[in-house]
Design a protein around this ligand. Structure first.
Ligand SMILES: Cc1cc2nc3c(=O)[nH]c(=O)nc-3n(C[C@H](O)[C@H](O)[C@H](O)COP(=O)(O)OP(=O)(O)OC[C@H]3O[C@@H](n4cnc5c(N)ncnc54)[C@H](O)[C@@H]3O)c2cc1C
Length: 314
């Protein structure tokens, strides 16, 4: 008896994967969705989402992902737990490799997201997502109106986060382990000229304070030159030390850049060098990194997969 061949396997259940599931399920392709280690994706780690269109009063991140999951399920999406460790595209249908099984697929949509890098200091994990520690100024900056906040990092993304936060926060402390920014000169100049941004040089974070109260009350820091410790009284801590895209298992089928992000092969931004393999969401986009842009790419990937299958007669 021959093994089942799936029309579409979607890897990941964040906004990109579940939107792709809604579209491919409504196209009668009965997609199989693999959940990975974080069912629902990054948005399940935050509380209030205020910028996803259609929710004028905002929506809880976990609830939004439950809604997407339910919506895709309604049209015949099947969910399985499991993490993909490899994708073999030497012959078609392609073979997805998981620890305990293999799955044959005519098309594959990779929507594995990116994991924000964290510092690992005490208190950070406990107060992450809705309690004061976050990795996204665009998402959470508006919650810190007229408050003092800290940004951790010294590269371009830290500089961008700091500048964006000046629209809301009363003061933005930019905590960096060196005495110059790694950011490009133009960004660094803008940051250093801004009256609301206070650089804190030669300093590393030591602990996030406020765990007992369930909300950030300060950042304990250490000066690497003098060894002196101090506490910044901030309500928000924006960790901006980069992201790690979850792309390693797919590198033979999809090109990646020097940071590991997928490089789409065509203007459509979701097609890859391998016909029938598509990418969507944060795993292929380090620029926007938003729920709505990830969902948009999921939609594009689904339509491409559907058309490709139709052109192949399947
Ligand atoms: C704290 C926080 C708050 C945020 N707030 C907002 C906000 O308010 N508004 C907004 O627009 N955006 C927000 N974002 C950004 C938003 O969450 C992301 O842009 C969005 O989740 C990206 O969706 P995605 O589907 O690309 O990937 P992700 O959400 O990262 O999902 C990736 C999925 O892939 C799965 N996966 C990974 N590797 C594998 C594998 N090998 N095999 C199988 N499955 C795998 C994971 O289990 C997960 O289900 C926030 C992010 C964070 C971290």
């Amino acid at each position: 008896m021959s093994a089942k061949i799936e029309n579409v396997v979607i890897v990941g259940t964040g906004c990109a994967g579940l939107t792709a599931a809604i579209y491919t399920a409504r196209a009668n392709l009965a997609p199989l969705v693999l959940e990975g280690v974080l069912p629902g994706g990054q948005l399940t780690t935050t509380s209030e989402v205020e910028n996803f269109p259609g929710f004028p009063d905002g929506i809880d991140g976990f609830q939004l992902m439950q809604n997407l999951r339910k919506q895709a399920g309604k049209f015949g999406t099947r969910y399985e737990s499991g993490t993909v460790v490899g994708l073999d595209t030497a012959s078609w249908p392609y073979t997805l490799k998981l620890a305990d099984r293999e799955i044959k697929a005519r098309t594959v949509i990779v929507a594995t997201g990116a994991s924000p890098r964290l510092t690992g200091i005490p208190g950070e994990k406990e107060l992450y997502g809705g309690k004061g520690v976050t990795t996204c100024a665009t998402c959470d900056g508006a919650f810190y109106r007229n408050m003092d906040v800290a940004v951790l990092g010294g590269g371009d993304s830290a500089a961008e986060e700091a500048l964006f936060l000046t629209r809301f926060a009363s003061k933005v402390f930019l905590v960096h382990r060196r005495d110059t920014l790694r950011a490009s000169k133009i960004m660094a100049d803008r940051v250093l000229a801004h009256p609301k941004i206070v650089p804190v040089w030669d300093t590393v974070p030591v602990a996030v304070e406020g765990v007992a109260q369930g909300a950030v009350s300060g950042l304990k820091m250490k000066n690497v030159k003098t060894g002196a410790e101090s506490v910044l009284a901030v309500k928000g801590i924006f960790v901006a030390i980069g992201h790690v895209p979850n792309t390693a298992p797919f590198k033979s089928a999809v090109d990646t850049d020097d940071q590991g992000y997928f490089i789409p092969a065509h203007h459509s931004q979701v097609k890859t060098k391998t016909p029938g393999v598509y990418v969507a969401g944060d795993c292929a986009d380090h620029h926007y990194r938003q729920a709505i842009t990830a969902a948009g790419m999921g939609c594009q990937a689904a339509i491409e997969a559907e058309r490709w299958l139709a052109a192949k007669g399947g």
